[in-house]
Design a protein around this ligand. Structure first.
Ligand code: 5AD
Ligand code: SF4
Length: 450
């Protein structure tokens, strides 16, 4: 294999798991001589790590590929080669179609095959034409990656512990692009977390499409849930804070809820998508829960941990959604009182059952509902942030801010906090007196180290 110094440019779309995957792609490429560049024009390899969850994601990728093809041509005129790779969920969903529509593409591979990047590059070289790999290999992707892990930069890091989904919500493409549900063995997760801690990581966010369905095997072959994993991780010296995302209401177990009450390292923030507040829509979505059962979960969580910040995801305009259904969603939002929430217009995903429905909601209707929902959520978010003013909260300082002498960190509730403090404090948790609130962040004065 050719190990001469080369440059790779990675563009990441979509969720936090893609951010994690992109890091791991850099890990496997480093031994081949690839260093990262932020300038695509000078790259020997460009990777688009794509997302397929909503909107015209595939179209965006094709238009980006048009631009990159021109860069590739310029490089060729200079006598240099530029390889183009399409990775991630669009690659998984589109496969060969990508090479047909964008012949300049050299490699297409899905979320479960990127650990094979060195072999894929070698195959591309040997074949002299595009290589497409979109199967779900049986071997453990993570086993192959761990040996090559590069140091993690920064104070906060993502760590994938669970991947894929077997729930098949009728709107969602994830079970098709990421494959069936899989949990990493507990020891593998602990090893990765220990390595992160040794590199100065203080906060780990555990990732999974259904992270609270985590059921990894321990050394004795026993299955451990997310609460057990969190318990183990919080014993690692240096890891001060733990978070996890994304959870499903059906998998919010008693022991996980109890962990929030008992474990001070587990942060009081829960992202728990509900999608809709209407039972008939929830049924058509195949969510497996009702509005009421969701509200009961929130109640249990709050009685264990009264200051828990709740976040969620919503879809407006799911096929068949009436004004009354939408009213139920607004009513649920009022009942919960969100610290933050994400809302989207329904977007038909090819191959999913809901996309086939003949009861699609007109776009104008969806836009009006989205606007109304977002106004309500925004008001709740603003109220949640404003309530912090005058309080003193522990902030994990992560990096320099925009203004001189300023650092940016996070509150336990995942709010960005701007603090005037010395850069040597990066990586520490300081009690911060909150004095101001902006649209998406707080500001405060450093009170003392925790
Ligand atoms: N259309 C709109 N939003 C979607 N999501 C998932 N699939 C779709 C779709 N087809 C949203 C859900 C999910 C979040 C990650 O993206 O709200 O929780
Ligand atoms: Fe998609 Fe539903 Fe699985 Fe979430 S739980 S990844 S929305 S199918």
């Amino acid at each position: 294999m050719d190990n001469a110094p080369k440059k790779v440019f990675v563009k990441t779309y979509g969720c936090q798991m893609n951010v994690y995957d992109s890091e791991r792609m850099r890990d496997v490429l480093a031994p081949l001589g690839y260093a990262e560049t932020v300038t695509p024009e000078e790259a020997d390899l460009i990777i688009l790590n794509t997302c397929h969850i909503r909107e015209k994601a595939a179209e965006k990728v094709y238009s980006e590929l048009g631009k990159i093809r021109r860069m590739k041509r310029v490089r060729a005129e200079q006598g240099a080669e530029m390889l183009i790779a399409v990775a991630g969920c669009v690659a998984q969903a589109e496969g060969e179609e990508i090479v047909r529509r964008a012949p300049a593409v050299d490699l297409v591979f899905g979320p479960q095959t990127y650990h094979r990047l060195p072999q894929l590059l070698a195959r591309r070289r040997a074949a002299g034409r595009a290589v497409v790999e979109t199967e779900f290999p049986a071997e453990d992707k993570f086993e192959g990656l761990d040996a090559k892990a590069l140091p993690r930069k920064g104070v906060a890091a993502f760590l994938t512990v669970q991947e894929g989904c077997d729930k098949f919500c009728s709107f969602c493409v994830v079970p098709y692009t990421r494959g069936s549900e899989f949990s990493r063995p507990i020891e593998q997760v602990l090893t990765e977390a220990r390595r992160m801690a040794a590199q100065g990581v203080k906060e780990v966010t555990l990732l999974g499409q259904n992270v609270n369905a985590y059921h990894g095997l321990d050394a004795r072959g026993l299955s451990i849930g997310l609460a057990g994993l969190v318990g183990e991780l919080s014993r690692i010296e240096g890891i001060e804070r733990l978070r996890y995302t994304t959870s499903h209401p059906r998998d919010m177990t008693e022991d996980l809820i109890a962990a929030h009450a008992e474990n001070p390292r587990l942060m009081p923030y829960l992202h728990l998508p509900v999608q809709s507040g209407s039972d008939s829509i929830l049924k058509a979505m195949n969510r497996g829960h009702t509005a009421d059962s969701y509200l009961r979960v929130i109640e249990r969580v709050r009685s264990a941990k009264p200051d828990m910040a709740i976040s969620g995801d919503f879809i407006v305009g799911f096929p068949g959604e009436t004004d009354r259904d939408f009213e139920s969603t607004l009513s649920l939002v009022r009942d919960v009182g969100y610290a933050s929430a994400f809302s989207f217009k329904y977007s038909p995903r090819p191959g999913t059952p809901a996309a086939e429905s003949d009861r699609q909601v007109p776009d104008g209707e969806m836009s009006a509902r989205l606007h109304e929902l977002q106004t309500l959520i925004h008001a709740q978010q603003t109220a949640f942030n404003a309530a912090m003013v005058g309080r003193t909260v522990p902030v994990l300082l992560e990096k320099p801010g925009r203004d001189p002498g300023q650092l940016v960190g996070r509150s336990p509730y995942l709010q960005s906090v701007h603090v005037q403090a010395d850069p040597t404090l990066i990586g520490t948790i300081v009690d911060t007196h909150i004095t101001g609130v902006g649209t998406n962040s707080l500001s405060g004065h450093y009170a003392r180290a925790v």
